[in-house]
Design a protein around this ligand. Structure first.
Ligand SMILES: *[C@@H]1O[C@H](CO)[C@@H](O)[C@H](O)[C@H]1NC(C)=O
Ligand SMILES: *[C@@H]1O[C@H](CO)[C@@H](O)[C@H](O)[C@H]1NC(C)=O
Ligand SMILES: *[C@@H]1O[C@H](CO)[C@@H](O)[C@H](O)[C@H]1NC(C)=O
Ligand SMILES: *[C@@H]1O[C@H](CO)[C@@H](O)[C@H](O)[C@H]1NC(C)=O
Ligand SMILES: *[C@@H]1O[C@H](CO)[C@@H](O)[C@H](O)[C@H]1NC(C)=O
Ligand SMILES: [Cu+2]
Length: 686
């Protein structure tokens, strides 16, 4: 009770009165739990556990009540917040800021469910407890897989005669075998069924199952009937040995040679013990920033309504309405029978949020972190919680925010240095073998830096090769250890960045650095470069390939707001690793993903255009994608626009990635660009 500041030295009468009041209040709460949404501080808050339960009840009553027995199968695949329209959110937040009494916009949920084996898109109004729309998707593709069906599929081989025979033939122990489900892609088949392939791995002396694939076997499972519908045992390939694959401390600790930490107590740069930020519901205020944090079972971490306080103007100015990972495309480059189809959409197939794991205090996030839990739904719609799914911490970057040493003034040396302190919001998504660390880092300069760290375990193919000299063919990868080939692949992470730079009406400007020759004798110089800016009028003008377009600054400006100097206020994208797409346009995975074709796209804002490779990615055919939206070629000048940026990694595995990968980092920044009148951190405390 003390944390609520209640003073226990009060008289017993008073205490009794309070006691009565408490009971009354509890009753009030109890009665109103299903209807009262006043506890929501923000219209973009993720659905709570009780809201998810309410969704389950409404859907069951509407489609599957036991009395009407109107459905023979119902499984949930996605439930998330159905955002209120942006103008409604913005005006609510505006009113809230002005402290006018406001009513939170209706809470609504968006549901993807399979009912009677068809894909339903259902929208529920939680405030009215009603189904407000129900659409059957009769196009291609299937929703994200849920855990229960994957677990059920993973068990099937263990009761399937031919698989048991294959295990026996390989002289492997069945009890040391584990299986995992993988999506199958689409390769021009006329008709598709909701199938996965189940691939099996071997433990027997390690927990690193991914390094011990039982190669040569393809088990196909139809998820709708939950039966094995295809089985091929094509060849026997040695299972790589267990030795050297285990990454656990218990196995590796104390076995020389040892690598000692460089300092005795390594905790990273000195951290502030008390968080220097305030949390109000899901809104975080730190230094000059204010933003909202949410969790979604598909996207994972979502940053909303990020605004920065301009101390000169004493007002919050909007930067980013919503930012999240829209899709993660991971195509492998191995043409063998068991591998060619491995072209995963880690977000749309498996749920980037669903796969997010509990963060380990002190190790995943420093000791001064504050954690948030995440809620999702399981197959029957029941809510489940992943504790500590997001952490927020202040970090002494160990870097210099700005500095200068002045030695030109006779008799004086002036040194001014400001250390950099940032705020990090982190989530880790473990999609099967891979672990993606997602950081949104806020800087006092107004920069938002997004960093992706990739670690975890490679997907490897077992092979008979034990030395590079034996290899005379294209093995589609690197020999990492005996019988172990780390297969070439890509990771393309597409970010949905709905920038609202000082308001929602924005334009996209490409400032090209133009090399210019000097032919006349006006200067001894023969060349220089200058900046040529072009405002994209339509969506097609905005598509940008950073590899081929040469040096350019990509800026989202507000054409209605200018600095005192007359420059348009803006934010620019500073891209990180730029990986061009190397697949041909007519290759199936490429035609399904689409978005890696350009590094940057800009579209007119449309609430329903969220997922860069479509709402349904499993076995999709690319008919709902960023390409299609962009082909509408809408006007994007002085409009509410969304910037889509793809962070790409071509991953050529190397021996250091075995048996667990050291983190590979890349990211990008969005940076104020004539947004402030001058350096916004001039007055930061030294
Ligand atoms: C599901 O199938 C059952 C029996 O085949 C049918 O009566 C019912 O209307 C169907 N329900 C839905 C929601 O499609
Ligand atoms: C690490 O520490 C141990 C125990 O103090 C020592 O024996 C070993 O040589 C050290 N290893 C290295 C690489 O310094
Ligand atoms: C390291 O941490 C331990 C336990 O927290 C503490 O007892 C010890 O004094 C620390 N050593 C140093 C050098 O800070
Ligand atoms: C995206 O959608 C369009 C229109 O449906 C389609 O023609 C195209 O093949 C799809 N994929 C790509 C990569 O553009
Ligand atoms: C918004 O996007 C959806 C899906 O692409 C489309 O069907 C709809 O027509 C769009 N609305 C507007 C106003 O462009
Ligand atoms: Cu990789």
């Amino acid at each position: 009770m003390t944390e609520y500041g209640i003073d226990f030295s009060m008289s017993s009468d008073l205490r009794f009165l309070l006691f009565l009041l408490c009971i009354f209040a509890i009753n009030l709460c109890f009665i109103s739990t299903t209807k009262d949404y006043s506890s929501h501080l923000h219209p973009l808050d993720s659905l709570t556990s009780s809201e998810l339960t309410q969704v389950q009840t409404i859907v069951k009553n509407a489609f599957c009540s036991s009395t009407s027995s109107s459905c023979h199968s119902l499984s949930f695949h996605y439930v998330g917040l159905h955002e209120p329209d942006k103008p409604i959110v913005l005006s609510f937040l505006q009113e809230q800021e002005e402290e006018e009494p406001t009513k939170i916009p209706h809470r609504q949920a968006s549901v993807l469910a399979r009912i009677n084996h068809s894909n339903h898109e259902i929208i529920i109004d939680l405030t009215d407890s009603a189904v407000i729309s129900n659409k059957i998707h009769d196009g291609h593709g299937y929703p994200l897989l849920n855990f229960a069906e994957q677990e059920a599929a993973n068990k099937l081989p263990f009761t399937y005669g031919p698989f048991l025979a294959s295990v026996k033939k390989r002289k492997l122990k069945l009890e040391e075998t584990v299986c995992q489900s993988f999506t199958v892609g689409w390769f021009g088949e006329e008709k598709t069924k909701r199938v996965v392939t189940v691939m099996c791995y071997y433990l027997d002396g390690t927990v690193n199952l991914y390094m011990r694939p039982i190669e040569g076997i393809t088990v196909t499972v139809d998820l709708d009937v939950m039966k094995i519908t295809g089985y091929v045992d094509r060849s026997i390939v040695p299972v790589p040995k267990a030795e050297g694959t285990d990454y656990r401390e218990v196995v590796n600790q104390g076995k020389p040679p040892l690598l000692n930490s460089t300092t005795e107590n390594l905790t990273g740069p000195q951290q502030n013990v008390h968080p220097g930020f305030a949390i109000d519901g899901n809104v975080i205020r730190w230094a000059n920033w204010r933003f909202h944090v949410a969790f979604d079972m598909r996207a994972g971490l979502i940053i909303s309504h990020a605004s920065i306080n301009d101390i000169e103007k004493d007002e919050y100015r909007s930067v980013l309405y919503r930012g999240f990972i829209s899709e993660v495309f991971v195509p492998y480059m191995d043409l063998t029978e068991e591998w060619y189809y491995r072209t995963y959409f880690d977000s749309g197939d498996f749920g980037f949020g669903l796969c997010a794991t509990s963060l380990v205090p002190v190790k995943d996030c420093p000791a001064n972190s504050v954690f948030f839990d995440g809620y999702y739904i399981v197959q029957d719609g029941t809510p489940a919680k992943t504790p500590n799914i997001i952490c927020v911490f202040e970090r002494n970057a160990g870097d210099v925010l700005w500095r200068h040493t002045e030695t030109a003034i006779p008799g004086k040396v002036i040194t001014e240095v400001r250390p950099e302190v940032n705020l990090v919001v982190r989530m880790v998504s473990t999609v099967g073998n891979y672990d993606y660390i997602v950081d949104w880092e806020f800087k006092q300069t107004g920069t938002i830096k997004v960093n992706i760290g990739m670690t975890g375990i490679l997907e490897v193919r077992a092979s008979s090769y034990t030395h590079k000299d034996q290899i005379k063919e294209d093995v589609y990868g690197t020999l990492l250890a005996e019988n172990t080939i780390g297969v070439y692949h890509d990771h393309f992470l597409n970010f949905h960045l709905d920038l609202d730079v000082d308001g929602y009406a924005n334009s996209f400007v490409k400032s090209r650095l133009k090399p210019t020759p000097v032919f006349d004798k006006s200067s001894p110089r023969r060349s220089y470069w200058t900046v040529v800016s072009e405002t994209a009028k339509t969506e097609s003008d905005a598509r940008t390939n950073l590899c081929s377009s040469g040096a350019a600054e990509l800026i989202v400006v507000n054409p209605n707001k200018r600095t005192r100097m007359g420059n348009y206020v803006g934010y620019r994208l500073r891209p990180g690793s730029v990986s061009s797409n190397l697949l041909s346009d007519d290759d199936f995975p490429e035609s399904r993903a689409g978005f890696p074709k350009y590094n940057v796209w800009v579209t007119q804002y449309n609430k329903s255009e969220k997922w860069a490779a479509g709402l349904y990615t499993d076995q999709s055919r690319g008919d709902d994608n960023l390409t299609k939206w962009s082909l509408r070629n809408r006007d994007i000048e002085n409009k509410d626009i969304v910037l889509w940026y793809t962070l790409g990694f071509h991953h050529v595995p190397y021996q250091e990635d075995f048996p667990v990968m050291p983190t590979l980092n890349s990211g990008f920044e969005i940076k104020p660009t004539n947004f402030f009148e001058h350096n916004p951190v001039l007055k930061v405390k030294p």
